[in-house]
Design a protein around this ligand. Structure first.
Ligand SMILES: [Fe+2]
Ligand SMILES: [Fe+2]
Length: 315
């Protein structure tokens, strides 16, 4: 595999953290890591995330940054992503690392990039980490990246009729409801395609059912849902290095769930000091476009890669 090394700590970002200059820098860096199709998809996700953020009252430029970075590690091979997950101490089970490595590229990207560009903030990296699986306590930005990943206009894989139905709901339902519809689309698609599910999928689905499903006893269901949210949020971030931890990536509070379309601006949209560049000695291994072509070399291996809690492994 051809690899290109680049010291990301040497990358100079503009003080306009989520502005056009930094977006261009990150876009060009991504272009060196992923194949053409992935690059096009990532630009589509960035553009769609920006659009969704405008509609739902979130920070459009922050959403665009999260969108362009969400598949940062997608060009790595399954073996490389396993190694990276262990090196970065991504807190996912051994079962997922060994048997479902295609789910790791979100958490590994968040863990790696948060060390090099911590100024983009926890909420950006949480959204990147969660885009492969979803979560029970999704923030508005988490929802935006998750949804944008599926409905971006360049997507050609999946149940296109199902995706079209989700697209039609943009701006007509709340952001949480849009996330629910997207998660449901994924769930149905994966089951219909005989594909594997992320182990937490059932918990996430049940949580969504307590909010959007046909609960026979709404008060009891709501109480159970609150307990699950509290449990998921019980571990607060203690350091940037631990951003990859599943506990920390679940630390967003339930408050973010209740936004309606265009309800209000995201409180966390304030820019963090750009002086906080961490781990300056860290080097990122940039995988060339060629390396990403290694995947899906046979129908059998492709079939395994496609299995996912979300079908972005086949974007
Ligand atoms: Fe992805
Ligand atoms: Fe993606």
């Amino acid at each position: 595999m051809t690899q290109q090394l680049l010291n990301l700590a040497d990358v100079k970002l503009s003080d306009d953290l989520y502005g056009d200059d930094n977006y261009q820098i990150l876009k060009n860096l991504l272009k060196q890591r992923v194949n053409k199709r992935r690059y096009k998809h990532s630009k589509g996700v960035a553009k769609t995330a920006k659009h969704l953020a405008k509609i739902y009252g979130e920070d459009p430029k922050k959403a665009r940054i999260a969108g362009i970075l969400h598949d940062w590690d997608k060009g790595l091979s399954m073996d490389e992503i396993r190694v990276r997950a262990r090196e970065l101490h991504v807190d996912v089970s051994d079962q997922v690392i060994e048997d479902m490595p295609w789910l790791l590229h979100g958490p590994t990207a968040a863990a790696a990039l948060s060390q090099v560009f911590p100024e983009f903030g926890h909420d950006v990296y949480q959204a990147i980490a969660r885009h492969t699986s979803g979560a029970v306590d999704m923030s508005p930005l988490d929802c935006i990246i998750y949804v944008a990943d599926i409905i971006e206009p360049n997507r050609t894989f999946g149940d296109m009729d199902g995706i079209a139905k989700v697209r039609k709901k943009v701006g007509k339902v709340s952001l949480q409801k849009l996330y629910f519809l997207t998660f449901k689309y994924n769930f149905e698609f994966l089951v219909a395609s005989d594909k594997q599910l992320f182990p937490d999928t059932v918990n996430i689905w049940n949580s969504l059912m307590w909010k959007f499903g046909q609960a026979s006893n709404w008060e009891d269901a709501k109480a159970r849902h609150q307990q699950l949210i509290a449990s998921a949020s019980s571990n607060k971030p203690s350091s940037k290095k631990e951003l990859s931890s599943k506990k920390e990536l679940s630390s967003k509070k339930e408050s973010s769930h209740k936004k309606e379309p265009s309800s209000k601006k995201e409180s966390s949209s304030k820019k963090e000091p750009s002086s906080k560049r961490g781990s300056s000695s860290k080097k990122e291994s940039l995988t060339s476009k060629k390396s990403s072509k290694k995947k899906s070399s046979s129908k059998k291996s492709s079939s395994k890669k496609e299995a996912s809690s979300k079908h972005d492994s086949k974007e």
